[in-house]
Design a binder for this molecule. Structure first.
Ligand code: GTP
Ligand code: MG
Length: 585
């Protein structure tokens, strides 16, 4: 049997994913969403009859006989859900539609979506949405872009072409060759851009024609399934439903699931199993994520399908996990393999917490791509144990001692422990934001380390004692100096050109105010406890910071990035003084 292709709609927030599906289904789900934002993964089946009605004669234009029974669309709230639908051994999404608001071009989540699509080698079509917002656009009563476009004025057409041209440019910068669909010569090498309006419907015919045609032409093998096989799918959401208890929203992508099957899935403690009590299917063109009142009970369901599964024992099921009928002889192996792959960690690294297996998987991949190691991955709130584990990572590398948490809160004692230990908790509910926060954190960390290092290191300095500037002769001696090169700080030991150490700087003052450092060009007063002015030091004397030969080498080779050219030259002078003094002794 040929199953329906699973087509995931992705893209930046508000670019029109749900509205596009509404147009295809003739529903109005987007307008009912709280805050106008999609917060759950959706799934809905569009039978081929509806596709045919929208496309008309266009449908056969791609030259393939249409045998697929319809399209199973997955609506996503941004990127996160997408990886939830990915399973070991291949993705359950056969094809994707990347929705781009043509008035805005590419945005962060668009890029993130493209990264994910590239990573999983998922073929996709670009829907250049909101063409009706072109100034002067005259809405036409048609689903066909070609027809509507031909009826627009030359100015409007040019305006749209310019927008598309810019889109092609940014897509190319992102590494994807693309063209307006009717100019694509090889669909395997170039992305097809379909200009459309989810609001008016113009262009939806071409979109469906491409989605159907590409599936039929290139995915046929993949869509061939044996419905007698045990059902295999992915858990996209776990929800409490009135009268049903904890239910699972599942995308079934292989085989058949029966209403009396026992199914296995991943839990944080390993493999869990539960007996299905009821299988509920949304009616045609209805959304899986909508209220279950629009569902009907079925005895069995075959792939591909979005279904709600109810039964007792799903409480521990991890969203994002595989769900497999235990009739499958390999269910244990399959789930264990998945758990192992997702939860494999490094010996040393940051600590990752997330809400679903899918997000653990996605964030792990993204962190891996910037060479960040992870020492612990787990689901759920940040616990005190996590903070302690992060703390113990300090011994490996200070940059490992941090917790990255996606879409989860923190236990109270975890927060107090983090404050006590100084372990930072980076929390975000957008994946790329979490990664960005981590990058910022690392930069801060490096800067702080550098500051600390700068404080701890002794840098070269050369000062000259000013004439008529002795404020005090001794206990301590206080006199004016000019910093000729480098810098001096309280605590620095000073020596003469001969290498003889005269004492250390006690304080630096500038017009009566204490200073932590005086740099080249500054004239300041310094105090030194051990000397008597006029005896060990005199007007016009030059003094140098004493730095041991080993420390000079350490500065030159390990911390060269902290040195100016002047510093480097002065270090050479200091090294020479050390050598001469040693030869004298
Ligand atoms: N003018 C115009 N507005 C559109 C079009 N498509 C969507 N919109 C509007 O854009 C806004 C966002 O649309 P949604 O469909 O909710 O966007 P979405 O991509 O599903 O958003 P999330 O699911 O939250 O990521 C709504 O106000 C829509 O009415 C279009 O083609 N033309
Ligand atoms: Mg939406």
């Amino acid at each position: 049997m040929i199953r329906q292709p699973i087509i995931t709609v992705m893209g930046h927030v508000d670019h029109g994913k749900t509205t596009l599906l509404d147009k295809i289904r003739n529903t109005a789900i987007a307008s009912r969403e709280a805050g106008g934002i999609t917060q759950h993964i959706g799934a809905s089946e569009v039978p081929i009859s509806v596709v045919k009605k929208i496309c008309g004669p266009l449908l056969t234009k791609m030259g393939a006989e249409i045998t697929i029974p319809g399209l199973l669309f997955i609506d996503t709230p941004g990127h996160e859900a997408f990886t939830n639908l990915r399973k070991r051994g291949g993705s359950i999404s056969d094809l994707a539609i990347l929705v781009v608001d043509i008035t805005k071009n590419l945005e962060p989540q668009t890029y993130e979506a493209m990264d994910i699509l590239r990573e999983y080698k998922t073929p996709f079509i670009v829907a250049a949405n909101k063409i009706d917002l072109m100034t002067g656009w005259k809405k036409q009563e048609t689903y066909s872009f070609a027809e509507s476009f031909s009826k627009q004025t030359k100015e409007v057409q040019e305006q749209l072409e310019a927008k598309l041209y810019s889109l092609v440019g940014t897509l190319s910068e992102a590494g994807f060759q693309s063209e307006r669909f009717d100019r694509v010569t090889d669909v395997k090498k170039e992305l097809s851009i379909i200009p459309l309006s989810a609001r008016t419907g113009e262009g939806v015919a071409e979109l469906l024609m491409y989605a159907t045609g590409l599936s039929q032409k290139f995915l046929e093998k993949r869509l061939n399934i044996d419905i007698n096989e045990p059902g295999v799918g992915g858990i996209i959401e776990k929800k409490e439903e009135k009268g049903l208890g904890i239910t699972l929203d599942v995308i079934l992508y292989n085989g058949t699931l029966h209403s009396n099957d026992t199914v296995a899935f991943a839990t944080s403690a390993g493999i869990g199993t539960a007996k299905i009590r009821a299988l509920l299917k949304p009616k045609e063109l209805q959304e899986l994520r909508e209220s279950s009142s629009k569902f009907y009970y079925v005895d069995f369901v075959s792939a591909a399908s979005g279904i709600k599964v109810s039964g007792s024992g799903f409480d521990d099921a991890l969203p994002g996990s595989l769900i497999i009928s235990t009739k499958s002889p390999t269910y244990e192996q399959d789930i264990n393999a998945e758990l192992k792959e997702v939860f494999t960690t490094d010996k040393a690294g940051v600590i990752l917490k997330a809400d679903t297996i899918g997000s653990i998987e996605a964030i792990s991949k993204l962190l891996g791509s910037i060479d960040v190691k992870i020492s612990k991955k787990s689901l759920g709130k940040i616990t005190k144990r996590d903070v302690l584990d992060a703390f113990s990572m300090r011994t490996t590398d200070a940059h490992n001692a941090v917790i990255l948490a996606f879409n989860v809160g923190a236990e109270d004692d975890a927060i107090s422990e983090s404050q006590a230990t100084g372990i930072d908790l980076l929390r975000a509910d957008i994946i790329y934001k979490l990664i960005d926060d981590y990058k910022v954190w690392i930069d801060d960390q490096r800067k702080r380390e550098r500051d600390l290092l700068e404080k701890a290191l002794v840098f070269p300095g050369k000062i000259r004692i000013l004439p008529n500037s002795a404020f005090r002769i001794s206990h301590p001696a206080v006199f004016g100096v000019e910093v000729v090169s480098g810098r001096v700080k309280p605590g620095y030991r000073m020596m003469k050109e001969s290498g003889e150490i005269v004492g250390s700087i006690k304080e630096i003052q500038d017009n009566g105010a204490g200073k932590q450092e005086a740099a080249k060009g500054d004239s300041v007063a310094i105090s030194m406890e051990e000397i008597t002015f006029g005896r060990q030091v005199h007007e016009h004397d030059t003094l140098y910071t004493y730095i041991s030969s080993e420390d000079i080498r350490a500065l030159q080779f390990k911390h060269a990035d902290l040195l100016s050219d002047d510093d480097k030259a002065l270090l050479e002078v200091l090294a020479q003084i050390n050598r001469d003094a040693k030869a004298q002794r």
